[in-house]
Design a binder for this molecule. Structure first.
Ligand SMILES: [Zn+2]
Length: 141
C-alpha cells in the first residue's frame, strides 16, 4: 500500500475509490441512495429501476454512461438547497461533493472551496486521521 507511506498534503488529490466499498463488504449503491434528495429517494423507493443511463455533461456536452442514482444526483439533487447544508455531517458532505462532480479528483483546498465551512487543513486532517471514510482516498498516482 504505497500511498499509505506518503503523507497526504494540501496538494494531494482525493476521490471516491468505489472498490473500497467492495473490499469492506459495503454496498456502494446504498451509500449513493442515501445522498438523494427526498423526491428522488421517493421515486426509487416506489420502484423506479436503477439502470444504466446517459448523462450529458452540461459543460462539455460529453455523454457519460452511469447508473440512474448517480445521474439523479448530478442532474437534480445537487441543485437542491439542502444538498450541502451545514447540518450534513462533513464526511458525508465530502462524499456528496464527489458525487456532484462525477468523482473528479479534488484536493483538501478544492473541497474546502466547495464546502465553504471548514478550512483545508481541517478537512485534510479529517480525511487522513481516522482511516478511510465513505471510500474517499488519495488518488493513486
Ligand atoms: Zn433529486
Amino acid at each position: 500500500m504505497k500511498f499509505k507511506l506518503i503523507r497526504p498534503t494540501l496538494e494531494t488529490p482525493f476521490h471516491i475509490d468505489w472498490a473500497w466499498f467492495d473490499r469492506n463488504h459495503l454496498n456502494a449503491e446504498s451509500f449513493v441512495r442515501g445522498q438523494l434528495c427526498y423526491s428522488c429517494h421517493q421515486r426509487f423507493e416506489k420502484g423506479l429501476a436503477v439502470e444504466e443511463v446517459d448523462h450529458i455533461d452540461p459543460e462539455t456536452g460529453e455523454v457519460i454512461r452511469m447508473d440512474s442514482l448517480r445521474e439523479s444526483i448530478l442532474a437534480h439533487c445537487q441543485m437542491q438547497p439542502d444538498y450541502l447544508a451545514p447540518d450534513v455531517p462533513v464526511m458525508q458532505a465530502i462524499l456528496r461533493v464527489f458525487l456532484a462532480n462525477n468523482n473528479q479528483p479534488l484536493t483538501a483546498v478544492g473541497l474546502s472551496q466547495r464546502l465553504r465551512r471548514s478550512d483545508a487543513e481541517t478537512l485534510l486532517r479529517l480525511l487522513t486521521a481516522s482511516g478511510v471514510q465513505n471510500g474517499v482516498v488519495p488518488v493513486k498516482l
